[in-house]
Design a protein around this ligand. Structure first.
Ligand code: 4NP
Length: 151
């Protein structure tokens, strides 16, 4: 069982999109039992809040539900509980390292690095462009699944 934690600043836009896209891809490939997937925030800003309506809409357009998800803050304990902690942008990576007290096991990655792209995942918070986030998240999560389960 591979355990993956997706992380962004608020855990209402980008990281829950990655969580539920990954769960959907796993289910479609019959691999749901092989991975445990969650998402969390680096900040307390949105703790307890549901997924942002923009992320809910783009997921729903692709037949994916994120019902029941509430934002939570990541903790240092997550470092031991998960095999991979995957941030969306360079600021997330800095915060994740600070929360975890470093990354001695090399578990902290930035999502698009998995497809050889140094870019950050498009942040819809200021642009409102959740479709760009959808495209980036799908590229990254596909690369992650290819890494875990090579064809
Ligand atoms: P997320 O988006 O990190 O993708 O969930 C944001 C959510 C909240 C804030 C910024 C980005 N905020 O400033 O509260």
């Amino acid at each position: 069982m591979i355990k993956v934690l997706f992380v962004c600043l608020g855990n209402i836009c980008r990281s829950p999109m990655a969580e539920f896209v990954m769960k959907d891809m796993l289910q479609k490939r019959g691999l749901s039992d092989c991975c445990h997937v969650e998402s969390a925030a680096t900040s307390y800003e949105e703790v307890g809040n549901p997924v942002h309506p923009g992320t809910r809409r783009v997921l729903a357009e692709h037949g994916i539900s994120c019902a029941g998800k509430a934002a939570r803050k990541m903790t240092a304990a997550d470092y031991d509980a998960f095999d991979y902690l995957i941030g969306m942008d360079r600021g997330n990576i800095r915060s994740m390292n600070a929360i975890c007290g470093g990354d001695p096991e090399g578990k902290i990655l930035k999502l698009l690095e998995l497809c050889g792209d140094p870019s950050d995942v498009a942040d819809p918070w200021y642009t409102g462009d959740f479709n760009a986030t959808w495209r980036d998240v799908n590229r990254g999560v596909n690369a992650l699944l290819d890494k875990f389960f090579p064809a």
